[in-house]
Design a protein around this ligand. Structure first.
Ligand code: CTP
Ligand code: MG
Length: 174
């Protein structure tokens, strides 16, 4: 896969990760639960509406992407690619929760920045789940593609958060 194809395939995970910033509000997904360390399971930054908005919009973006770019992943069936959008989104949202879980265990407060734990868990889990669903995807992306996606994600995460801050969508530029 070339760089543009790599970007196209991974895009639903980005959409799933970004949607909660716009739509997340209300009840936290951990319902306020604290663990024995006295810290929240995930914290107020992870909401039920945020999670499901990401799942719906990420999956929808996959539909739009894979219906329009049929030349990407030619030997994967269309129906599998449509489910792939959902799998990438689910992985991204679960990975994001996992990242917050670790931040809380390390004593990092909700919304405080933490290099790599803010940027990587969502993309790693999205990739992992998608490889579980379509094993050939791992070899199609390959080592180089994998590290390209990681680097691109770190860059885009930083850039989009700064933009979201100036658009007043986020209170902090990270
Ligand atoms: N968000 C949400 N539900 C989610 C994920 C994110 O509502 N499942 C929203 C929240 O408003 C959150 C914002 O998107 O504040 C930015 O997400 P993120 O940076 O991942 O959360 P943080 O508030 O920084 O919390 P944490 O420290 O746990 O990462
Ligand atoms: Mg954050």
């Amino acid at each position: 896969m070339n760089l543009i194809e790599l970007f196209i395939v991974i895009l639903p995970a980005y959409v799933a990760n970004a949607s909660p910033v716009l739509f997340g509000r209300g009840v936290p997904i951990d319902f306020g639960k604290k663990l024995s360390d006295g810290k929240r399971l995930f914290g107020d930054g992870k909401t039920v509406i945020g999670f499901f908005s990401g799942l719906v919009l990420g999956t929808l973006s996959g539909f739009i992407i894979f219906l329009n770019f049929s030349e990407v992943l030619p030997d994967v069936s269309l129906s599998q690619k449509l489910v792939l959008g959902f799998v990438l989104s689910l992985g991204a949202l679960l990975g994001d929760l996992l990242g917050s879980f670790f931040k809380r265990r390390l004593g990092v407060e909700r919304g405080k920045p933490m290099l790599l734990l803010d940027q990587l868990p969502f993309i790693l889990l999205a990739l992992l789940l998608s490889f579980a669903y379509i094993p050939v995807l791992a070899s199609k992306i390959g080592f180089f593609g994998f590290f390209f996606i990681i680097a691109l994600t770190i860059f885009l995460h930083k850039a989009t958060n700064i933009i979201a801050y100036y658009l007043k969508l986020k209170k902090v530029p990270w």
